[in-house]
Structures are given as C-alpha cells and as structure tokens.
Design a protein around this ligand. Structure first.
Ligand code: ADP
Ligand code: ZN
Length: 290
C-alpha cells in the first residue's frame, strides 16, 4: 500500500509518502501561500506516486463532522486565502481515493499513539507550543472532536506574578496561546525565544503558563500521558520546571502511579518532529480501511 500524508500548516505544507509501518519513504515541502498556488503541486506530487489513500492533518479551525455540508473545509482561519476552502474536496476530486482528515495536533497525537510514546494508551494529550498553541486529545481510544474540535491553546490563564504583558491572542488577549506561544515570548521579552536560552526568568514564567494549562487538562481529561512538542519545547530546560510547577499546582489532590512517575508522564514528543506527518500516514491507513 502506498500512503500519502499531508501535514498542512500555516507556513508550510509537508507532503510524504509512507507505508503501513509509519515509515516515511520520502518527503517534500511547499510553502503555504494561497490554495490556487499551493495545492496544484501537492496534488501532482500525490498523483505521481499513485497513492492508495491520503491523510491530511490540517491547521484549523476545520470542519470534521462528516454529516456537515462543509465537512473537510478550513473554517474561520486568520489565513484569509484559506478561509472556507474545501481541502478534502480538492484532493478527493483530483485523486478519487479515500482521504482521512483531522487537525494537525490530533495528527501528532495519533502519530504518538500509533508509533510513539503514547502507544497502547487510550487517553493522552499532545500539546504544541510554537507559532501558536494547540492540542490533540485522545480520549477513550479515539481522537476527540465533539462540537468542533478541542482548542487547547485558547484556555484562559491566571497571569503569573508581576507579568503585566497584555497578551497576543487577537480574540482573548491573555489566553494560553496569547501568553505563552513563541510570538508572545518574543513580544514580551523583545527577543526571539531561541535567543533567550540563558534568561531563567523567561523559562520560569513560560513553565508556569504551560503547567497551569496542563493542570487544567489533567483535571478535565484525566490523560495517562502529556506530550509536549513544537519549536518552543526544544528548550528542554522547560521540562523539569513544568513538572515541578504541575506538582505544586496539583497540590497533591490527585495521586496516581502516572503522576508519581512525572518524568514519563509529562514528556517531549518522541518521533523526531515527525509525529505530525506520521499521524497523517495513520489517517490515510484508517481512511483506506474504513
Ligand atoms: P510552527 O508552530 O509555525 O509550526 P514551530 O513549532 O517551529 O513552528 O514554532 C515556531 C515558534 O517557536 C517561533 O515563535 C520560534 O521563535 C519558536 N522556536 C522555534 N525554535 C525554538 C527553539 N529552539 N527555542 C525556543 N523557541 C523556538
Ligand atoms: Zn486565544
């Protein structure tokens, strides 16, 4: 079986050919500009490889409700050229093969659950902290959709002590993404996150916001594992700070074997930044087998 995988992001489109074992056989990237410009080479690429099914892990918000008239559409995105664009339809109309579709972060969650550190678990979350913040949720063995799909990056935050930053989210100001995504770090401290490595106060505050979000997710979703990925999480010094702050904020209210083993409970993504594209391969497999 030849599987096509598309990780559709706001800045780039990663296309890959993979097999049933999640092996990426080859991979290309195209910049995300407009659908008119970006989609034809992607479709050509998958045609050339004669793929049997495609999985798309897509930036959102997107319509995942298969009963909806706008299933497969990108919805109210700030990337205006892509607003109300039928990305699943565009691929299906040209290739006439099964197409799997989910959010980019659910894709990463699925990659980790199938081939990574969440293998065998039924309940886990994958959070990305990058240009934005988002999260995929595996709940009872299934990727959580619900009314739309979870938006773990836009939960409301209690500001850290002395942090008067107004927040960067155009909708909520000081939500999690508004306070802790890469662009918020850059605006608050006046320097790109990658160049703030030696400033401990940056990472203390960042860890506080991430820990606060995680505690809320633990209380609401009861995940068996929490996986953190995205550019900002390449700052590995964040992990011990986050774990410590999660413990403090939990205040001993929940005691489980998972929480006792917190180094494994709150962990970095395990698939070398390929979790998203590998998740898209799994979406293709599931679409093919449906
Ligand atoms: P995207 O979210 O666009 O897919 P990334 O996950 O790489 O891409 O996120 C980009 C953001 O992460 C930028 O704001 C950048 O400043 C920040 N970032 C990228 N790499 C690092 C790093 N090594 N350390 C800290 N921040 C980083
Ligand atoms: Zn927000």
């Amino acid at each position: 079986m030849v599987l096509g995988a598309l990780e559709a992001g706001g800045t780039k489109m990663v296309c890959a050919i993979g097999n049933e074992n999640g092996k990426i056989i080859e991979q290309v990237k195209f910049p995300t500009t407009t659908p008119e410009e970006t989609m034809p080479p992607i479709i050509e690429y998958f045609k050339k490889h004669d793929v049997d099914a495609i999985g798309i892990a897509c930036f959102g918000p997107i319509d995942l409700n298969t009963d909806s008239d706008t299933y497969g559409y990108i919805l109210n995105t700030p990337k205006l050229a892509w607003k109300n664009y039928n990305i699943v339809g565009a691929v299906k109309d040209e290739l006439h093969i099964p197409v799997g579709f989910d959010t980019d972060v659910n894709g990463s969650m699925l990659g980790e659950a199938t081939w990574g550190c969440a293998k065998g678990l039924t309940d886990a979350i994958y959070i990305t902290v990058g240009t934005g913040i988002g999260g995929g949720v595996l709940s009872g063995g299934k990727l959580q959709h619900g009314m739309l799909h979870p938006e773990l990056g836009h939960i409301l935050m209690v500001p850290g002590k002395g942090d008067n930053y107004k927040g960067k989210c155009p909708y909520h100001g000081t939500c999690f993404e508004g306070m802790a995504a890469g662009p918020a770090i850059e605006e608050r401290w006046g320097t790109k996150a990658e160049q703030l490595v030696d400033k401990s106060e940056v990472w203390e505050l960042e860890a506080y916001y991430i820990a606060q979000a995680i505690v809320n997710y633990i209380m609401i979703l009861s995940p068996q594992k929490i996986i953190l990925g995205g550019g900002v999480m390449h700052q590995l010094q964040l992990f011990p700070l986050i774990r410590q702050k999660v413990k403090e904020l939990m205040a001993g209210y929940i005691e489980t074997s998972e929480l006792k083993d917190i180094d494994n409970y709150i962990c970095p993504a395990s698939l070398n930044d390929d979790q998203g594209i590998m998740g898209a391969i799994k979406l293709a497999i599931d679409a093919f087998n449906k």
